[in-house]
Design a protein around this ligand. Sequence first.
Ligand SMILES: Cc1cc2nc3c(=O)[nH]c(=O)nc-3n(C[C@H](O)[C@H](O)[C@H](O)COP(=O)(O)OP(=O)(O)OC[C@H]3O[C@@H](n4cnc5c(N)ncnc54)[C@H](O)[C@@H]3O)c2cc1C
Length: 368
Amino acid sequence: MAKAVIVGGGFAGCTAACMLKEKHFDVTVIEASGVLGGGCRTYFYHGHPYTFGPHHLLINIEDTNVYDYFSKFLTLRELRHHCLTYVSEDDRFYTYPIHADEIKEMPDKDIIYGEIEKGRNAGTPENFEQYWINSVGNTLYDKFINTYSKKMWQIKNNKMIDEFAFSPKGLPLKEGSKQCFEGKKIVAYPVELDGFNSYFDRCVEGCKVLLNSPVTRFDIDQRGVIVNDELIRGDILINTASIDQVFDYMYGELKYIGRALLKVILPVERVTPEPYYFIHYAGDEPYTRIVEYKLLTGYQSPDTLIGIEFPSTENKLYPYPLKSEIEKAKRYIGQLPQNVYTLGRLGKYHYDNMDIIVKDCMELMKVI
Ligand SMILES: Cc1cc2nc3c(=O)[nH]c(=O)nc-3n(C[C@H](O)[C@H](O)[C@H](O)COP(=O)(O)OP(=O)(O)OC[C@H]3O[C@@H](n4cnc5c(N)ncnc54)[C@H](O)[C@@H]3O)c2cc1C
């Protein structure tokens, strides 16, 4: 039986383990922490289930194979996703993504309409700031995007961002329904109160799992890793740890931004106004987002748990959308020898939701 060694027992590592098992590999998963699931693991705070930042499934409607994949393991409840953004200069909440219909309620609507018209004729943007100004004009950019993005990435200037597919999420200007992703994505959450936890356990059933076992060094020519001073080798090696670590940071360390999560229980059934349960803060508040978890998890309680997210340099969560960092990651990935693969948000240095990771794993299985 061919042997597969997987570094990292997060969502990507567990998913790869599950698929390799089906291909009859003898799989070993090596996880630094004491639990499986990485960023997607559900924990409990005074009975309330939560993940570190919300973790609902956002699956492209056409990706029925991905939805079916999740449904094999979990009972899913479909959700309608609604977001608000607080704009302190207008002293009010608007829906997010910025909705075309709400411009008429803004105090500076005439300026905004003029700017949108002007932006429509603008050329190809070179950076994140230009992209947004061209799309929605200076005023909306300043209200919704400018400060939020600088806060999110802890940067002084949004011109630094030259990859802008991701943050802040969403379309430049939404029309029609105010429901996020309507007609584009299925939004869903496991019915099980422990979220995806049972998925991780099922994925690694029959595999060898080493918890509390950080990989401290890679020996990729041997398709091996060093754990507790021991070399563990495979016929194939799949990495989901940060790709710079695989090469002992030879081209330099990759830059990430993290999050701190403040959990607060409030003595009310529900705190956010229906149908909203995600609130972004676009100004210089120290936090980026508030999420009311029970609206995702379905947990029943007379109290409610909100998670408040603060940008932090204490953990590695979001790869930076900077060309220099993306190029650095590509240089690392280009050095991988045969039968060594890299997956996941750290392994590929790319922010991907769970659905994309499933797709990546499916693609990988075609070449293994
Ligand atoms: C705040 C936030 C909110 C998010 N919300 C959503 C959402 O709503 N929907 C969605 O689909 N996705 C969401 N995501 C993305 C989702 O978290 C990722 O898709 C998923 O976690 C990626 O899985 P992964 O295995 O690549 O990384 P992780 O889940 O982070 O797992 C990596 C694992 O590798 C381990 N590891 C790292 N280095 C080593 C080492 N040297 N040795 C051994 N083990 C190691 C870590 O301990 C960890 O368990 C969100 C992400 C963030 C940051």
